[in-house]
Structures are given as C-alpha cells and as structure tokens.
Design a protein around this ligand. Structure first.
Ligand code: MN
Length: 241
C-alpha cells in the first residue's frame, strides 16, 4: 500500500502538465491505487452492497473484481516485456504521454492504463449520498460555469446518454474552468490535460444487470451515490496546481 508521503512525492515528480492532475490517492489509504508497475487493483474501501439500491451488489463485485482486474492484468502484461523505462513511468505519465509510447504497446496501454485510472477514480468517487449536492468551491464553480446543479445534471445525463457504445461522461476542469466531456472506450481525460472531477461509466457492465437497456434510469439513480466532498477536493487540487 502506498503511503500519503509517497503519493505526494509521485505528484511532485510529475512536473509540468502533470501538476494539473491531482493524484488519485486520498489521505487514508483505503482504496488507494498503486500508481506504478506492477499495477494492482485497489481495495474498494467499502462493501459491494454499500451503494444499494442504486448500484447493486453483484454489479459492484463483477465490476471491481473482474472488469477492473482485467484492465490491471492486461496493463501489466503489456509492460512486462516492454523497455523497463516504460515500467518506471507512473500511470499518469503513461496516459499523458501516450503519443510517445512505442506502437507495439500504445493501444494496450491506452485501453488498460485508462481502464485502471478510470476505475480507481470511480471507486473513490462513489459513496451513498441520497440527493446529495456539490459542496464548497465546486458548488460555486458549477453555478458559474454550468448554470447551476440542475443544468449540470441535465447536461451530464445528456452526455452520458449520447455515448455510442462504451465509454464515459465526465465533469472535468480545464484551464481553471469546468466542462462536460465524454470519452470513448477507456480513454482518460488526463490524456487531454483535463482533470476529472466527476465521471460516470456508461459501459453496459456498469449497469446492465440492474437497469438492462435503460441507461437513462441508471444515470438518474447515479446522483444518489456521489461523494461530492471528493469531487470538491479534486476540483481544488486542479485549480490551485
Ligand atoms: Mn467499468
């Protein structure tokens, strides 16, 4: 398990553009992701049933133990035989520097480092919080940049609904401002120097057991499982970096 001190050092080492990317890690190490090779699936930090009835137990179990684990295993596999210098890069460095990677590992890293980052972020983002609302500076910025929480919710649900096939919808900070974006597959906003503040996984594996084809219903239920304090911390990290 990575300590807080090591996590901060990781962030300090990632100079330049990477200072825009606050570490995934939080002060308590429960759920902390290991951000260097060989990669490891972080603990969920809460029970598989903690988000019921909004996200069901079996979905959480499969999502964390099988889907996330597959990204981690495939990322390690891709790096295993690569030049050791790529093993020494952090997860964030790999994602920001995708264009600099050799072609024979680039697609595998894009998909699986993205999958590892996105899901490590997701487990930290989720917490049962019925009818919760954004907090602190983030709440003010949502009012200012996106026209308020209700408008943000509507835009985010629209973006999530429009993703064709598999992908994510995100609230990101870019140049000190908030924006709603979507990414296909496991592409990660940090590759475009955007800091994820909030995200929703719209791969069918994230909702199909409970909501089947009703993605909009899943997007509505999702508002009850967001740890807005985590989002506010991410936002503050992004705008003060
Ligand atoms: Mn997923």
């Amino acid at each position: 398990m990575i300590t807080r001190r090591e996590a901060l050092k990781t962030v300090a080492l990632t100079a330049g553009a990477l200072t825009l990317v606050p570490s995934l890690l939080r002060a308590d190490t429960a759920g902390a992701a290991k951000l260097t090779y060989p990669y490891k699936v972080p603990d969920l930090g809460y029970g598989y049933d903690a988000l019921e009835p909004y996200i069901d137990t079996m979905t959480m179990q499969l999502h964390h133990d099988k889907h996330h684990a597959a990204y981690v295993s495939n990322l390690n596999k891709a790096l295993e035989t690569a030049d050791p210098k790529f093993q020494q890069m952090s997860l964030e460095e790999l994602l920001v520097g995708l264009d600099t990677l050799p072609e024979n590992i680039r697609t595998a890293v894009r998909n699986n480092a993205g999958g590892h980052y996105n899901h490590s972020f997701l487990w930290l983002l989720l917490q049962k919080n019925e009818s919760g609302k954004p907090t602190g500076d983030l709440a003010d910025a949502i009012d200012k940049d996106l026209g308020g929480f209700a408008a943000f919710q509507a835009k985010l649900e629209e973006a999530g609904g429009k993703v064709f096939g598999s992908g994510w919808a995100w609230l990101v900070a870019e140049n000190g401002k908030l924006a709603i974006v979507s990414t296909p597959n496991q592409d990660c906003p940090i590759t475009k120097k955007q800091t994820p503040i909030f995200g929703v996984d719209v791969w069918e594996h994230a909702y199909y057991l409970k909501h089947q084809n009703r993605r909009p219903e899943y997007l509505k239920a999702y508002w009850n499982v967001i740890n807005w304090d985590f989002c506010n911390t991410r936002f503050k990290g992004a705008v003060t970096a």
